[in-house]
Write a new protein. Structure first.
Length: 118
């Protein structure tokens, strides 16, 4: 099982980044997917989530209207489009998969660094 994030980097305030997470080793369409982030000295927090079918999404209040989560079940990928980035968005971003049934378990990626700075 693998979740591999990509797309992180350094961006100026107001800029955009698109994170992608490629999944393998499990039946992607049976999993709700989420993006979490963890800034230095802070707890990990849920940024955005999307249900297994892609029909329902949810967002952290501070990113609503700026971030968009999407998934492609044919390609086993989930993405996070991040616009109007702010310095407080700086964190390591993690992709997470949680099975729709308890026995399916959950998985985490290794994370990708996003730094918003001028």
């Amino acid at each position: 099982v693998q979740l591999v994030e990509s797309g992180g980097g350094l961006v100026q305030p107001g800029g955009s980044l698109r994170l992608s997470c490629a999944a393998s080793g499990f039946t992607f369409s049976n999993y709700d997917m989420s993006w979490y982030r963890q800034a230095p000295g802070k707890e990990r927090e849920l940024v955005a989530g999307i249900t297994s079918s892609g029909g329902i999404t949810n967002y952290l209040g501070s990113v609503k209207g700026r971030f968009t989560i999407s998934r492609d079940n044919a390609r086993n990928t989930v993405s996070l489009q991040m616009n109007s980035l702010k310095p407080e968005d700086t964190a390591v971003y993690y992709c997470s998969a949680r099975g729709t049934e308890w026995y399916l378990g959950s998985y985490w990626g290794q994370g990708t660094q996003v730094t918003v700075s001028s």
